[in-house]
Design a protein around this ligand. Sequence first.
Ligand code: ASC
Length: 154
Amino acid sequence: MIKRSILSLTSAAVLATGMHGVAHANDPADVVEYRQAVFQVTKNNFGPIADMLKGDIEYDQEAIKKMASVVEMMSTLVEGQFPEGTGPLETETNALMDIWDEPEAFGERIAEFEQTAVTLVEAANSGDKRQLAAAVKDVGASCKACHDDFRRDD
Ligand code: ASC
C-alpha cells in the first residue's frame, strides 16, 4: 500500500517535470528567462572574482575556486539556449537577430566562453594570482566580444 503511494507520487513528479519540459520547449519567454538566469548566475560568480583581484573585496581563495567552477558550469549551459523562435522578432529579448543570421560566428563565441572558463577554473585552482588575472581578462574579453556583436545595447 505504502509502496503504491510512493509509486504514484513518483509518477506524478515525473509527469510534472515532463510537462514543465514541454512548456519550456514551446514557450519562448521561458527559454529567455532560463538563459537570462544562466547569464545572471555567471555575472554573480564572475564579478566577485574580478573584484577580489582588484582588492575591492576581501580575497578568498576557496570562494574563488567555487565561483570559477560555477562560471565554467554556466558556460556549458549556453549552447542550445538560442533555438529558432526565441529571437527579437518573436519575443522580448536583448539577443540580436545576428545570432540566428550568423550561427557559426555565434557558435565560435560560445566555444570561446567555454574554453576561457575552463582556463579560469585551472587558474583558480592553481592559486596563482597572476595566472588568475590573465584568465579573468580572457573570460571578460570573451563576454564583451559576444555582447558587442550579439546583444542589444541597453
Ligand atoms: C562582467 C560582466 C560582464 C562582463 C563584461 C566584460 O563582469 O557582468 O558582462 O564582465 O562586462 O567586458
